[in-house]
Design a protein. Sequence first.
Length: 132
Amino acid sequence: NCLWDNLDKFLKADHKEHLGKEEAVEFNAPYGEDGISVLQREINLLKPKVIVFAIGPREKYRASLASAFSIDVSLLYPYRPTRQNCVNDISSLLGLKDTIVLWTYHPNYLSRGKLKDSAYEKMQLFLTPKET
């Protein structure tokens, strides 16, 4: 099974522009009696084995991701994708048990930046079961 989901779920009222940083952070923040975000609710419902955040390193998306998991945005900075390290495992940082969580660039950027093969190889390494 495969699921495609977006961290940015809404466009502005004119349907042409994505939410700004402050709006995205507010939308992705935890809410309700259980104090969890929309994204956390989706994860709890779907119980994925692998999550790939193909959002790149932009500040807006780092802030949205941090908001969704109630972590300080500065904790994400060392794990952001770079040209030299285009896929990173952030599973332990987000506290998701039994789920591999990878952070990389948007697929278009990986292709344009000639990082697609490198990203594919790194993802394979992260997704290959470890011998115990």
